[in-house]
Structures are given as structure tokens and as C-alpha cells.
Design a protein around this ligand. Structure first.
Ligand code: ADP
Length: 265
């Protein structure tokens, strides 16, 4: 089946649960995410945001229910190459290889497309270099191509991770707290970059976040998780500070959220 032109939703979850020995990380979640939608996943630490993203990305398999990506059941997507063209994930820790050059880390985005031999050769002499150069130009790092990745700042490394995603070129981007380690100005820059990337190719974006401001500015829909359960799934225009207060239950998060909630109605 050809899925490139699959007209339906990018993701469908049908009664999905993920259970760890001590925790129900995601509990019976059913929803659809349309192509080109920009969805913010909010909720306190441990509420299941990462697990939710990993289920969408096919990194963890549900213990109950079914996940469909571009109309294909996750259980039928066995080939890494196929999954890599569908979804790309930006982790909180970027997952870069520190001692490798920037360009090698960016080219790692092609690994899903290559066989092992070609992948190993690419670590010696960068193949598809123009692709990597173009991606690094787009993320604003054209002069860091051969720099050792560990020498870059946190914000720059985050951009390398995005350049890697650009060469992977998936139809949906999943970002796990992409701005958590950045100061407000860099967070805005990074979100703008992600927005440009998803908008230019009608990509779907699903990101976990804690910021009301960023959710409002860059996303169209907000999903609230608490103890693995869906608390709300709403357009960002109707998201209120009250809803977030209830979601986070403030408590020990009060200090962290106070500033952010003060900007919400
Ligand atoms: P969040 O991203 O919102 O912080 P997570 O999805 O990381 O939440 O975690 C949800 C719950 O599942 C937490 O209680 C966490 O401890 C648990 N959990 C996540 N991954 C694992 C794992 N690999 N093994 C055991 N428990 C896990």
C-alpha cells in the first residue's frame, strides 16, 4: 500500500494503553491527529507525555489498543526505513554523538534510509554532503559543519538535532520538551524554526511542553495528560490557566508554573 498520499489522519490511537511494572504510563487513550496539525502535549512530570510521543513514533508498542501511522497499523511497520520516512523524534537530550563532527551527526538522519555498510562508510567520508549542508544552513549553522559536536552550545546542539531531522525528512515530527533546556529567547527561535519546517512541507508536529505562551503561539491544539489519562483535548484558543492549574495541581510545581500561568486568562 502506498502511504505517501494517505488522505486520512497522520495518527490514530484506538484505546491505547502502555503499562510498566509499577505504572500505567498511558491509559486507554483514543484520538486522531490530522496531517499538518500542530499539537502540544502538556501535563506534569510523569503524566505520560514521553510515552505518548514514543507510542506515536513506534518506539514503544501499546500493551492494549492500536496505533496507526499514516493509516498503517504500527504492528505492520517492521522496516526501520519505512518508519523513518513517517516519523522523526527530537529527544530532550538530542541524542547526538558528541565526539563526531556536526556533519556526521546530521547525516545520521539518513541512517534509516541506508544499509549498514553504507552507514558505516558514511561515518568515514560523509555521503550526501549537499543535503547536510543545506540542512545546516536552514538551522543557521552553516559555519559549524566540521566542528566537533561536543564543542557546540546546548542551543546549537538542538539545532544540529533538527538538521538531522531535516535530512531524515519525515512526514511528522515528534519533539519531547524541545525547549526545556533553552532560555526564553532561544526557545522562541527554536519554535519558529520548527514551525517553518513543518509549515513548508505540511508536516505534522506533536511536542510536549510546559509553557502556556509557547503552546498558544505555535500550536493549534492542546492535549492535557495526567496519570496517563487524557484530561482535555481542545483547540488552544479555549485553553485557560484554570485548566492548566487543575492539570498540574500546582503543589510542588507552583513556583515553576506561576510565571507562565500569570500570562494565561
Ligand atoms: P512524562 O514524559 O510526562 O514525564 P513519562 O511518559 O516519561 O512521563 O512517564 C510516565 C510514567 O511511566 C512515569 O511514572 C514513569 O516513571 C513511567 N515510565 C516511563 N518509562 C518507563 C520505563 N521504561 N520503565 C518503567 N516505568 C516507566
Amino acid at each position: 500500500m502506498k502511504d505517501d498520499n494517505h488522505p486520512g489522519p497522520a495518527f490514530v490511537l484506538e484505546g491505547v494503553s502502555k503499562v510498566y511494572p509499577r505504572t500505567v504510563a498511558i491509559s486507554r487513550v483514543s484520538l486522531e491527529i490530522g496531517r499538518g496539525e500542530r499539537v502540544a502535549v502538556v501535563g506534569p512530570s510523569g503524566s505520560g507525555k514521553t510515552t505518548f510521543l514514543h507510542l506515536l513514533g513506534g518506539i514503544v508498542k501499546p500493551d492494549e489498543g492500536r496505533v496507526f501511522i499514516d493509516g498503517r497499523p504500527l504492528s505492520a511497520l517492521r522496516r526501520r526505513k519505512e518508519l523513518a520516512s513517517m516519523v522523526g523524534l527530537i529527544h530532550q537530550q538530542f541524542d547526538l554523538v558528541p565526539h563526531l563532527s556536526v556533519v556526521h551527526n546530521v547525516l545520521a538522519g539518513r541512517l534509516g534510509y541506508w544499509n549498514l555498510l553504507r552507514s558505516l562508510l558514511s561515518l568515514i567520508s560523509p555521503r550526501e554532503l549537499p543535503l547536510a549542508l543545506e540542512a545546516l544552513r536552514k538551522v543557521g549553522l552553516p559555519d559549524k559543519v566540521y566542528e566537533r559536536t561536543s564543542k557546540l552550545s546546548g542551543g546549537e546542539q538542538q539545532r544540529v538535532a533538527i538538521a538531522r531531522l531535516l535530512v531524515q525528512s519525515p512526514r511528522a515530527i515528534l519533539a519531547d520538551e524541545p525547549v526545556a533546556s533553552l532560555d526564553p529567547a532561544r526557545a522562541e527561535d527554536l519554535m519558529q524554526l520548527l514551525l517553518d519546517i513543518v509549515q513548508e512541507s505540511q508536516r505534522t508536529l506533536v511536542a510536549s511542553l510546559h509553557s502556556v505562551e509557547i503552546t498558544r503561539r505555535y500550536f493549534s491544539r492542546a492535549i492535557g495528560l495526567r496519570n496517563g489519562q487524557l484530561q482535555f483535548d481542545i483547540p488552544v484558543e479555549v485553553l485557560t490557566g484554570q485548566m492548566l492549574e487543575e492539570l498540574y495541581d500546582l503543589g510542588d510545581k507552583k513556583g515553576h508554573l506561576e510565571t507562565e500561568l500569570s500570562t494565561a486568562p
